[in-house]
Write a protein that binds this ligand. Structure first.
Ligand code: CTP
Ligand code: MG
Length: 394
């Protein structure tokens, strides 16, 4: 088991609003932007930032869904996350989140789930800028010319150079924020954001530059904008391709294992695991496509738990590694060279087994002989080559 240091920063992700202005069928946090909802995108940003305690504040009755989204976004760091139930107002929701802080937390970031596309860099920059005696907010310069109006009349121009549009996450020293919340709750005053509440308690708040991507999804037009941004991003990122090859010699013990299947009476291949060249070539193709290293690094002799393991174990773990890193598998094509086994009779079965091990992504397997040439042609072993396509889910 890997032991990680306990973080001193916490991020409270408030997601307990109903989303009245968006007018979706579900609370705003659970409305889909693409195949993933607002909250999942927000959490992807949060988990891409430096490790922090993550507290999701969910609408009453939706804690279970929030927990699932948290688990999926956290990957291997689910130990950092928890879900609490929100309140009637945003301020009450933040207060509920504050109650769940761990003892070691010194810096608290409060973040709107509705700012779903906030870059991880903005989260890290806010956390880094918090000081023991002052809070910090990301803010954007105001672009539009502003007017002060009164029932149909423009009464004055407003100097926009004095104004900034506040975003989240907003970061604060923990103890001062807790004390400021206690005062606000006792007085019953509702503030428009955490910075206003913190400033009302007499503390200073500084600002750093925000990001256009950190806009708040409030109206249907905002949701459309988020959808466009995501589809542009995935088109720019495009699919990624990877290649993998593997070779094993005959001479192993027992029956042959190939393409995730056992082949009764066929000579076995030798290897640290079961010698399944097809499964191993697929693993390398997938890891390569995602830029996540190779089979030796994840499953080699340094990982004795995989000694003798069959292909499905390697493939399932590989799919998990990709998923944790934010990749989905498009498809896999693999070909092996060998005089035996006679493959065509079990092709469909093999493809189903490999696909199931990968969580359902399509896998096509073809077989060829080499006209008696080379080591495969001489019947010394089997070689396989795989290519895989993956795409980022972030
Ligand atoms: N929020 C919350 N608890 C509330 C109200 C709001 O946790 N009682 C959260 C929202 O989930 C959102 C953030 O605060 O992530 C900013 O609020 P807003 O954009 O106003 O969201 P909603 O209140 O859900 O939307 P609306 O005001 O349109 O109903
Ligand atoms: Mg609201």
């Amino acid at each position: 088991m890997t032991l990680f240091p306990i973080p001193t920063t916490a991020i409270i992700v408030v997601a307990a609003g109903s989303g009245t202005r968006l007018g979706g069928a579900a609370p705003k946090a659970f409305v889909g932007i693409d195949e993933q909802p607002v909250l999942r995108h927000a959490l992807d940003g949060v988990f891409a930032a430096s490790p922090a305690q993550v507290i999701v504040v969910a609408p009453a009755g939706h804690e279970g869904v929030a927990e699932t989204l948290l688990r999926d976004a956290a990957g291997g760091r689910h130990d950092l996350g928890s879900v609490v139930t929100g309140g009637q107002t945003r301020q009450e929701s933040v207060a509920a989140g504050l109650k769940a802080l761990w003892g070691d937390i010194a810096t608290v970031l409060v973040h709107d789930a509705a700012r779903a596309l906030t870059p991880a860099e903005q989260i890290d920059a806010v956390a880094a800028a918090v000081r023991p005696d002052s809070g910090v907010i990301p803010a954007l310069a105001v672009i539009d010319t502003l007017k002060r109006v009164d029932s149909g009349e423009v009464v004055a121009a407003v100097d926009r150079s004095e104004l900034a549009a506040a975003q989240t996450p907003q970061g604060f020293p923990r103890e001062l924020l807790e004390a400021a919340y206690a005062v606000a709750l006792a007085s019953g005053t509702e503030y428009t954001d955490d910075a206003a509440l913190f400033a009302a308690a007499g503390h200073s708040v500084r600002h750093i530059s925000g990001s256009a991507l950190a806009f708040k999804i409030t109206t249907p037009a905002d949701l459309t904008r988020a959808r466009h941004l995501l589809s542009e991003a995935s088109a720019a990122g495009g699919p990624r391709i990877g290649i993998g090859t593997d070779v094993h010699a005959f001479g192993g013990e027992g029956n042959l294992w190939l393409a995730g299947l056992q082949w009764q009476g066929e000579p076995a291949l030798k290897g640290h695991s079961d010698g399944d060249v097809i499964a191993h070539a697929i693993v390398d193709a997938l890891l390569g496509a995602a830029g996540l290293g190779d089979i030796g690094e994840h499953f080699g002799t340094a990982h004795p738990e995989y000694a003798g393991a069959h292909g499905d174990v390697f493939l399932a773990r590989t799919a998990e590694i990709l998923h944790e890193a934010g990749f989905a598998i498009g498809n896999v094509s693999v070909q092996f060279q060998g005089n035996r086994p006679r493959f065509s009779g079990r092709r469909a079965e093999a493809e189903r087994a490999l696909s199931a091990a990968l969580g359902g992504a399509p896998v096509a397997v073809s077989a060829t002989t080499t006209d008696s040439l080379g080591f495969t042609g001489r019947g010394e072993g089997i070689a396989a080559t795989a290519i895989a396509l993956v795409h980022s889910t972030r």
